[in-house]
Design a protein around this ligand. Structure first.
Ligand SMILES: Cc1cc2nc3c(=O)[nH]c(=O)nc-3n(C[C@H](O)[C@H](O)[C@H](O)COP(=O)(O)OP(=O)(O)OC[C@H]3O[C@@H](n4cnc5c(N)ncnc54)[C@H](O)[C@@H]3O)c2cc1C
Length: 400
């Protein structure tokens, strides 16, 4: 039977972006409801790299200091090429804050800071439409409930149903030819990686390792997609076997790390991206609906910025909404104020997410490129546009 319910602000999706948005609004004393389709909060992908810009945003959310206790700071790194007879090592510095967080730690820190009742799991939004009488947004949920909301924020990732409503089609997400496996390896007696980020490359295979704690290491492996991937992706033993096969020629300690990984965290992911030019052409808002996070700007993991950019979205969105709502009587939600707030949000975020998307897109396409000419063109573009590879970490999304 159909049930009706009225809510002021609904956030669709309880991933990193949805929780960050709810928390940012909560810090500004604005109530929201997060609807998550899964039966519990998901933390797929083991860990996430958070760099200085992400830490600034987490500090604004008030969870930075708790999370710093869960992940060691990375001080430097080395890039190792295994193609030659003798391997070549290039050390690099990490001049800004850089840590690797367990996704569960990040999600828990945000969820635990929200008032009880903010997150509703097992609540899939099937459709959203404008009520012609009340001018509210009508959300149909999988349990038959119809929610009437003044404001809808789509944080529903790459399978978004909200992006279509603001003129960004879900079908516009495109696949990379590269896929990524991610996992954890636990070293009960401590690992030998210190506080270094190590990238090893051999042919089309790249392996990155980053310590999370003194005993836990996060790693990711990128390699070209194969026709077998969809078959093996539900079986962690087969994923591991396939990774070991792609790692021929890697040092023994790297092979051991994959062999001894924690199978319950192992994941093989197809990579999708929203073309950067989509972001330039769209206002990503319509009336009192907007989108944030991967639903807006899925980029692939190549500059490790998607999650941090999603938290930045949350800060800017909440700040713009709060500025308008706090100037209204009783913090009331007026349609025109929300529209102006979303206009400001889109204006502040557009170029930031465009450049992040373009940078990640070029790196992804360089990995995908088969011809020397295409690779050279992409490298030339990157040298011209992104001479400083760390430009994105200096960005400050400002105070909440
Ligand atoms: C391989 C890989 C590695 C990465 N590494 C990094 C990294 O190191 N650093 C970094 O900053 N970023 C990284 N990223 C990017 C980062 O993971 C994403 O940008 C981030 O998780 C996006 O969060 P989100 O909340 O927008 O989307 P999601 O995490 O996809 O969350 C969307 C949520 O919405 C829910 N949902 C979807 N549809 C509905 C619906 N209709 N109703 C209700 N709920 C719904 C889903 O169940 C999900 O929980 C990586 C990405 C990949 C693929």
């Amino acid at each position: 039977m159909e049930r009706n319910e009225d809510v002021e602000i609904v956030i669709v999706g309880g991933g990193i972006c949805g929780l960050a948005t709810a928390l940012a609004l909560h810090r500004k004393s604005i109530k929201s409801l997060v609807l998550e389709r899964s039966d519990k909060l998901r933390a797929t992908g083991a860990a996430i790299i958070v760099q200085a810009n992400g830490w600034r945003a987490l500090d604004q959310l008030g969870v930075g200091s708790i999370l710093r206790q869960t992940a060691i700071p990375i001080k430097g790194g080395k890039f190792i090429t295994l193609n030659e007879a003798e391997s070549k090592e290039i050390p690099f510095g990490v001049p800004h804050e850089f840590r690797c967080l367990k996704r569960t730690d990040l999600m828990e820190a945000m969820a635990n800071s929200l008032p009880e009742g903010t997150i509703r799991t097992s609540c899939q939004v099937l459709s959203v439409e404008l009520d012609p009488v009340t001018h509210d947004q009508k959300l149909l949920l999988s349990n038959g409930t119809i929610l009437h909301a003044n404001v809808v924020i789509g944080c529903d990732g790459v399978n978004t149903c909200i992006a279509n409503m603001v003129g960004l089609q879900r079908s516009n997400f495109l696949p990379f030819l590269t896929c990524v496996a991610r996992g954890f390896t636990n070293y009960p007696n401590g690992h030998q990686f210190g506080s270094e980020f190590v990238m090893m490359v051999r042919g089309h295979v790249q392996l990155g390792t980053i310590p999370v704690t003194e005993k836990l290491v996060y790693w990711f492996l990128t390699r070209p997609k194969t026709s077998q991937d969809s078959i093996i992706s539900n079986n962690t033993s087969l994923i591991r076997q396939s990774l070991m096969e792609s790692m021929k020629g890697f040092p023994t300690h790297a092979m051991d790390m994959i062999q001894n990984c924690m199978l319950n965290f192992l994941h093989l992911t197809d990579l999708k991206y929203r073309p950067p030019w989509d972001l330039i052409l769209s206002h990503f808002r319509k009336g009192t609906i907007t989108i944030a996070g991967d639903a807006l700007h899925a980029t692939g993991p190549f500059i490790a910025q998607g999650g941090s950019a999603s938290i930045e979205d949350a800060i800017v969105l909440a700040r713009c909404l709060a500025q308008k709502m706090h100037s209204a009587k009783n913090n009331a939600i007026r349609k025109r104020d929300v529209e102006e707030a979303f206009h400001q949000y889109a204006k502040e975020r557009k170029m930031r997410i465009f450049w992040i998307s373009l940078h990640s897109f070029l790196i992804g396409k360089k990995l995908d490129a088969q011809s020397f000419i295409m690779k050279s063109i992409i490298i030339a573009l990157m040298v011209i546009l992104f001479r400083d590879p760390d430009w994105h970490t200096r960005y400050d999304c400002g105070t909440l």
